[in-house]
Design a protein around this ligand. Structure first.
Ligand SMILES: [Zn+2]
Length: 264
């Protein structure tokens, strides 16, 4: 049975969506999106995220946590996952001290995730190797590395640890990303949009309905049908985020013959 798409990383509580949330969700549904994992970037959004999950019950699941480029300490208990990460982009974090602080906050949030038995939704930028090694060192079993832009060899480290990777529509503009997508087995790939950011057009607000573009691109890169990619990525997402629930019961397990490229 068709499970539809799961957008594993989008920001519905972002200010960009406050005026027309209903329409955005409606368009997502029409495009076949079955579940949105709505990620927060700061503590002030937590309440909104939980509220949205009530308003769009069965369609939207909250993922609370804080973006690495800020530090605060908050806990929320209704989340299906925790968003965290490391961002060592030079213009954000030119000083070693800032990087050390990020590592500290990252570890702290990983501890909370472990304590609460939640999967983690990880942002890593210019810090792929460090991120994966901290995750492994902390004994994290379930992690999604969103908008992964590290090297294929680093990605494979994550694959070995059982982690998943997701790619937004903007990744379709990037040749380098195709190499990583080709390498990562389909069993470890999920779909995301990162809406309102990282859409197909840099200057236009991104929406979860554009998940179709990520799916088509991954299918093209891996020489698979979009249906196959949709089915597999949804299956992967439900395994990774078991609290999003009933979808799995309505699906039959896809035959995940690993893509040919990976077998060669
Ligand atoms: Zn994001």
């Amino acid at each position: 049975m068709d499970g539809g798409f799961i957008d594993c990383h989008c920001h519905i509580s972002a200010a960009e969506f406050t005026k027309d949330t209903d329409d955005v969700i409606k368009r997502a549904k029409e495009a076949g999106v079955r579940m949105l994992i709505s990620v927060t970037e700061e503590a002030s959004e937590f309440e909104m995220a939980v509220q949205l999950s009530k308003s769009y019950s069965g369609l939207l699941a909250p993922c609370v946590g804080i973006h690495p480029v800020q530090c605060s300490d908050s806990r929320q208990h209704r989340s299906v996952t925790i968003q965290i990460g490391l961002d060592f982009t030079p213009w954000y974090t030119p000083y070693p001290q800032q990087r050390a602080e990020q590592q500290q906050v990252f570890r702290k949030q990983l501890e909370i995730a472990k304590e609460m038995d939640l999967p983690v939704n990880v942002h890593s930028r210019s810090a792929a190797r460090q991120t994966i090694s901290v995750l492994k060192e902390q004994g994290i079993g379930r992690a999604l590395l969103h908008n992964f832009a590290g090297r294929p060899s680093v990605a494979m480290e994550g694959v070995k640890a059982g982690y998943c990777f997701s790619f937004p529509p903007a990744a379709c503009r990037n040749e380098q990303r195709a190499t990583v997508i080709k390498q990562i087995p389909l069993e470890h790939i999920c779909l995301e949009t990162d809406s309102p950011a990282l859409g197909p057009d840099k200057h236009v607000r991104n929406e979860p309905k554009n998940i179709v573009l990520s799916c088509e691109y991954i299918a093209k890169v891996k020489s698979l049908t979009p249906e196959k990619v949709r089915e597999a990525t949804t299956w992967n997402a439900v395994r990774l985020f078991p609290r999003i629930g009933k979808i799995l019961n309505q699906m039959t397990e896809p035959v995940l013959e690993t893509d040919q490229q990976n077998k060669k």
